[in-house]
Structures are given as C-alpha cells and as structure tokens.
Write a protein that binds this ligand. Structure first.
Ligand SMILES: [Zn+2]
Length: 145
C-alpha cells in the first residue's frame, strides 16, 4: 500500500528518527479521538501534533498533542509555533469545517516544515473523511487498526 512512500522516507531520512519503517499504523482509538475533537471544535478547526514511535519497523501513530492556534472562518491560517517536548513528532492533523479534505496552499507550507505525515479530516467527520498526506502533499494511505 504505502511501500513507495516508505521507500521515500527511508531514502530521505536515513538517519532521521525513523530509520527502519516497513509499515505505518494509526490506532483506531486515535482516529475516534480525532473525530470527536473535530466535532467538538466545529465550526472552528483544530490542529494537533501527531506523536508516534518506531516499534520494530512499524511506525505507530499513537498520540496527539493539541496545538493552540487561531483560525479564521474559511481555511485556517495556522503556523505551528509551539512544539511538544518530544522528538517523536510524526506530523500534524487538522480539521476542515467543510466537505473538502484537500490540502490548501497554507496547509502545504506547514506540511513541508515539520513532520513526515499529515492528516486532514473534513465533515461529516468520519473515518472515511480523513485523508493522509506526505510532507510533499501527496495522498498516502496508512493502516488503521
Ligand atoms: Zn487545512
């Protein structure tokens, strides 16, 4: 599924924090968490850091660290300024209070700055409306279990 992306990560980040990744997995509870936060935040967007670990070659996305930021009414202008006290940042996740989970130009700028994998969830905020992207804004699929 994401072999091509994993190969890309391996090449680009050989000495990065995730040297040996064969698979990317997000816990189902975390997806549910994201869905709930997105619903609670509506009509505003939320932004969080995705935190994870390399567990024997499996990149597990395990936690969120909420980021305080200010959003305007259409697409959020978020520039993550605060960083969690961990080196295990996988990337960001944020919600769109609309029916598109396409990455905006502002989103792509953020994707590129920090992290490898990013997620956008749009209305109606279900597992099916979460889209994952690599840091270049290309769509990727990850395993959810
Ligand atoms: Zn966005």
């Amino acid at each position: 599924m994401t072999n091509k992306f994993i190969e890309k990560i391996k090449k680009k980040f050989k000495n990065f924090i995730f040297p040996e990744i064969n698979e990317i997995i997000m816990k189902k509870e975390l997806i549910e968490n994201i869905i709930n936060i997105a619903k609670d935040s509506y009509p505003k967007e939320f932004l969080a850091w995705m935190i994870g670990n390399n567990r024997k070659g499996v990149l597990m996305i395990e936690n969120l660290e909420m980021q305080t930021y200010y959003a305007n009414n259409n697409s959020a202008i978020f520039e993550p300024t605060w960083l969690p006290n961990t080196s295990n940042i996988i990337g960001t996740v944020h919600s769109h209070p609309g029916y598109s989970n396409r990455a905006s130009r502002a989103d792509l700028r953020v994707f590129n700055k920090r992290g490898l994998i990013h997620a956008i969830i749009c209305m109606p905020y279900t597992q099916e409306t979460i889209q994952f992207y690599d840091k270049y804004g290309e769509k990727i699929n990850i395993k959810i279990e």
